[in-house]
Design a protein around this ligand. Structure first.
Ligand SMILES: [Mg+2]
Length: 224
């Protein structure tokens, strides 16, 4: 077997609506009934379209939903069952070619670690949001201190930190569907809008390229 030649030395993936077809926070909100679910989904969509800052909605969503440990574990299983077709194959191909793969997500780290493990991505390459329990029980209702990825500028901040630390060798590609992913574009060599799950004009406007499937993404990430 010949190893494919990668165009980038690092590939950064968004998680929700990119690696997996679900939005984790919305999935948790659906456990709270149709009214809460609708309200939370509308907040998420406004943030991903760049209409409101993520900072303003994140803590509010967590305080409304108050996910339990069992629900976060159930979400971790849903991330894997709803994985986007071709993801495991593409991540394997990247790893086989020596590409560094990170997950940069505004989702919940505890829920994303099993998906990352399933894809062979180590936990130190999973950057996401950690919650805490105010009452020290199994209900997670607060952000665990400062959580850059729960803010609008979080992804660029984390990406710049990874670049400075030398753990994301250049050239670097960022892959995602949302406005927080598009915000990384000025800091990397390419931002590819991933539109298999959700396609947003505002995100496409910031993108160097569009991939509507993992197969299409593969052709952008490797030399022909
Ligand atoms: Mg996303």
């Amino acid at each position: 077997m010949t190893t494919a030649t990668p165009r980038f030395r690092t590939v950064l993936f968004d998680a929700d609506s990119t690696l997996s077809a679900i939005e984790g926070i919305d999935w948790l909100a659906e456990r709270r009934g149709v009214h809460v679910a609708r309200e939370i989904a509308a907040l998420t969509d406004r943030a991903m379209n760049g209409l409101v800052a993520l900072d303003d909605v994140y803590a509010e969503r967590v305080a409304r939903i108050r996910p339990t440990r069992a629900e976060i574990e159930a979400l971790s299983r849903a991330y894997i069952t709803q994985i986007v077709s071709g993801t495991a194959e593409l991540v394997s191909k990247l790893h086989d070619a020596g590409v560094t793969v990170h997950v940069i997500s505004g989702g919940l780290r505890d829920a994303l670690l099993p998906l990352a493990a399933h894809l062979g991505i180590s936990s130190d390459r999973v950057h996401a949001v950690t919650l805490r329990s105010a009452a020290h029980d199994d209900v997670f209702d607060q952000l665990d201190g400062s959580q850059p990825l729960a803010t609008q500028g979080g992804k660029p901040e984390v990406v710049q930190r990874l670049l400075a630390a030398g753990v994301a060798p250049m050239p670097v590609a960022m892959i995602g569907d949302g406005s927080t992913d598009a915000a990384v574009a000025p800091h990397v060599d390419a931002f590819i809008a991933f539109t298999a799950v959700t396609r947003r004009a505002s995100v496409l406007a910031a993108a160097n390229a569009e991939a509507a499937s993992m197969a299409a993404l593969s052709t952008l990430l490797f030399e022909p």
